[in-house]
Design a protein around this ligand. Structure first.
Ligand code: SF4
Length: 115
């Protein structure tokens, strides 16, 4: 891993730790009492359906200023280094920083270019 990637990874983990969401990052997952891993994404059909998301997790989205349509056309979740592409049967992606569905055209203040 080159020095830039290490720096970016450590910065992301640091910010996530401050926000109390480091367990959502790959390699930083915590397990429940049953040993089941928490998941960064959920299986919902509509990308704006947050009914399965807790208030706490919704607050994290707000802290990061997540919006469904990016105000910066060249900076969207789909080209962010933290974006999790949709799984096979879903049209919604996810984000390494919080739980729940994410629009490919969305954006937040932690947008990071793909390295
Ligand atoms: Fe996650 Fe923000 Fe990147 Fe979208 S822009 S994938 S919400 S970090």
């Amino acid at each position: 891993m080159n020095a830039r990637r290490v720096f970016v990874r450590r910065s992301i983990v640091g910010v996530a730790t401050l926000l109390g969401i480091a367990h959502l990052l790959p390699g930083c997952r915590k397990t429940s009492a049953t040993g089941e891993e928490n998941k960064a994404t959920t299986d919902v059909t509509a990308c704006d359906d947050l009914s399965a998301i807790s208030e706490e997790d919704r607050a994290v989205r707000e802290k990061l200023a997540y919006v469904e349509t990016s105000p910066i056309p060249d900076n969207q979740c789909s080209n962010c280094n933290l974006y999790l592409p949709p799984k096979k049967d879903s049209k919604c992606g996810g984000c390494m920083l919080f739980k729940g569905p994410v629009f490919a055209e969305a954006y937040c203040t932690y947008w990071a270019p793909k390295g």
